[in-house]
Design a protein around this ligand. Structure first.
Ligand SMILES: Nc1ncnc2c1ncn2[C@@H]1O[C@H](COP(=O)(O)OP(=O)(O)OP(=O)(O)O)[C@@H](O)[C@H]1O
Length: 281
């Protein structure tokens, strides 16, 4: 955060934030202005989606939050790690995935030569967690995504949805505060996707992680999140921030409800300026 306040009320509200971006921009070396200025505040335990047209900077925003990429300007605050950035400088107090952050990519990116358990154990190996403890935690993470019986299998033996579950288990195995998900279900068939949507919601209800979920799907964003943040075309800024209020826990009855279609309509309308104008492709 830029300004610090001594007011206890303000301090309390700041500590409830998991992620805060203020005036964040990103210009790549090739001159592409990918993001911003972009402001985003995500509360601890919140599930939000970032939705926007292709190339608007969604992945860039996630990578900046993860500490995988430095912003060109602005302030990034992630849970208890705080850093102010100047153009061209890598942020101090940079948070690497695995330290409070789990990252799930669109591709499961599993090591094909080793077992599912070893894939999930990888972040713990890198963190030098003792083997027996790491093994127990990997098995626990696998159980949490419904793959307890597949610890000894190899990635090639699994379906696309199962591989994605392994990827999710690997992100959860370090028990991160924040889960960043970059179009994780985009390559899956619709039935598998719906199932994973439900399982992810059940996990979120149980674990109460902060989730920032990037998707191209209006329907998926509304189904999953408490808040849909709609971004403009590149350079991505906030076009709309729509709170999804419904009866919890959500299930199939929400997906087929009038309230769900209304929210989808609202989110689509917020997205429309980025595809109904002149093409920037
Ligand atoms: N490393 C890079 N160097 C140069 N330009 C980049 C780099 N990474 C991304 N870009 C450009 O920055 C813009 C934003 O990319 P980004 O991947 O963040 O968008 P996105 O919204 O996630 O896109 P998509 O929805 O298609 O995945 C794009 O125009 C992209 O080509």
């Amino acid at each position: 955060m830029v300004e610090r306040s001594t007011s206890p009320a303000v301090e309390a509200s700041l500590t409830a934030l998991a992620v805060s971006l203020r005036g964040v921009t990103k210009a790549y070396d090739n001159g592409v202005m990918a993001l911003g200025p972009f402001d985003l505040a995500v509360r601890k335990g919140e599930f939000i989606s970032l939705l926007g047209p292709s190339g608007c900077g969604k992945s860039t925003a996630l990578r900046i939050i993860a500490g995988l990429s430095a912003p060109s300007s602005g302030t990034v605050r992630v849970a208890r790690h705080e850093g102010s950035v100047q153009p061209g400088h890598v942020q101090p107090g940079h948070v690497q995935p695995g330290h409070g952050i789990g990252f799930v990519f669109q591709e499961p990116t599993l090591m094909p030569w080793t077992s599912v358990r070893e894939n999930v154990r990888l972040p713990l190996r890198l963190a030098r967690v003792p083997k027996a403890d790491a093994r127990a935690r990997a098995d626990e993470a696998l159980a949490s995504v419904g793959l307890a019986d597949f610890a000894d299998a190899y990635p090639r033996e699994l379906s696309g949805g199962m591989k994605m579950r392994v990827s999710l288990a690997r992100a959860l195995v370090t028990d991160p505060e924040i889960l960043l998900m970059d179009e994780p279900f985009a390559a899956l068939d619709e039935i598998t996707r719906f199932r994973l949507n439900n399982d992810l919601l059940a996990l979120w209800r149980r674990l109460r992680k902060t989730v920032i979920f990037v998707t191209h799907s209006v329907f998926e964003s509304v189904y999953l999140s408490q808040r849909v943040v709609v971004m403009t075309a590149r350079p991505g800024r906030i076009q709309a921030d729509i709170r999804i209020e419904t009866v919890e826990p959500r299930g199939e009855e929400f997906r087929t409800s009038a309230a769900y279609s209304d929210y989808c309509r609202r989110v689509s309308a917020a997205l429309a300026p980025s595809y109904s104008g002149r093409s920037t492709l």
